[in-house]
Design a protein around this ligand. Structure first.
Ligand SMILES: [Zn+2]
Length: 162
């Protein structure tokens, strides 16, 4: 099986190949870690929570079953949800049912089936509990640990015509 990890925000290839050992990437390239470029961590689990929370965009991590295993402060601010209330819950079914569409869930299922997938980026009208908001959703599948990382960037009004 061809394994691959790409940056969850820009799609830059971080690691590919079938070797079982080797560095495990945390799934964001250094370009996409603007505020923490001096922090070199190899895996999400090594990323201090304060660094995770300092990222200027929302990050949600899912296990293979689609359940939330990490939820950063920016995303908590966007959704106005306490991270503790999302952990362990199914992202597509319980946390963000507006994302339970074939374009996203189909990508997720296919990524798990073949072990890798290109970065999936969609402009999406996200139904937050407090209202609708255009966001750019980027989904990256990490073939090495079979987690999925979702980055949520709010699209400002002036970008609406892009
Ligand atoms: Zn990147």
């Amino acid at each position: 099986m061809q394994l691959k990890t790409v940056c969850a925000r820009c799609g830059h290839v971080l690691r590919e190949g079938d070797e079982a050992d080797g560095p495990v990437s945390h799934g964001l390239c250094l370009h996409c870690l603007p505020d923490v470029h001096d922090v070199h961590v190899e895996h999400w689990e090594h990323l201090p929570q304060e660094v995770f929370d300092s990222l200027p965009y929302g990050v949600i991590r899912l296990d293979e079953g689609g359940n939330v295993i990490a939820y950063n402060l920016a995303q908590s601010g966007l959704s106005r949800r306490e991270p503790a209330r999302t952990l362990g819950r199914n992202f597509f079914l319980d946390v963000a049912p507006c994302t339970n569409v074939h374009e996203l869930v189909g990508w997720f299922e296919e990524a798990k089936r073949i072990g890798h997938a290109p970065l999936k980026t969609v402009r999406f009208l996200f139904a937050f509990p407090h209202g609708m908001q255009y966001v750019r959703l980027s989904l990256a599948f990490n073939g090495y640990d079979r987690t999925t990382t979702i980055v949520v960037d709010v699209i400002q009004e002036e970008e609406d015509d892009e």
